[in-house]
Write a protein that binds this ligand. Sequence first.
Ligand SMILES: CC(C)(COP(=O)(O)OP(=O)(O)OC[C@H]1O[C@@H](n2cnc3c(N)ncnc32)[C@H](O)[C@@H]1OP(=O)(O)O)[C@@H](O)C(=O)NCCC(=O)NCCS
Length: 195
Amino acid sequence: MEESVRALFPRYYDERQTRSAVRFVAQADPQLIADGTYFVLESSGDLVGCGGWSRRDRLYTGSGESAADGRLLDPRTEPAKVRAMFVRSDWTRRGLGRRILEECEAAARREGFSRLALLATLPGVPLYRAYGFEPLEELETALVDGVPIACVAMEKLIDVGRDVRDADEENSARTEAPSRSAPGSGGRAPRAVGG
Ligand SMILES: CC(C)(COP(=O)(O)OP(=O)(O)OC[C@H]1O[C@@H](n2cnc3c(N)ncnc32)[C@H](O)[C@@H]1OP(=O)(O)O)[C@@H](O)C(=O)NCCC(=O)NCCS
């Protein structure tokens, strides 16, 4: 996580913002791990990508503690949160971010959610847009140490037909040779950490 932020944030943020983000944003949230909703992708035993989702009311790790943090969301009325997506800089643009989002979307759908929401830091916006998220609002948030970070609040409707298509694709994939070489692909799902 820290390597990803150190390498990729300077394209969008200044040095002070990058330093603060390494400290407060690039941190694993133990709650996601305990919930079993955080995924990693590995290559030869190295972690090269991670990210997850939450059924709880917290948008990002550096948001600090507030009374609402940790409350279980109501899937009938509230969107599940996509959280803490990071790909190591030497592994970007190979579909790892998308792969983790697919896993998050499928898991949230199984729990009855119909929308995904997130607060994107700027390096994440192109991925989320490509995946179908719509920007709702551009805003500036302050990290725990007061450093301001420009972000974009985004949402996406969960594709309810996807499970059926995935199952169809899986069935036809059984009869075809695997064609992708990204880690975690080739039929293996990302590993859920702690669950
Ligand atoms: C955001 C991040 C996770 C993307 O991961 P990734 O594995 O490179 O994303 P993918 O390869 O799955 O990208 C899927 C598609 O998203 C779009 N996309 C992703 N990164 C992009 C970029 N830097 N510029 C333009 N389009 C981009 C493209 O359409 C891409 O498809 P393509 O490569 O076939 O054109 C990665 O850049 C990262 O770790 N950034 C730093 C941490 C961060 O900002 N996380 C977001 C926190 S909210």
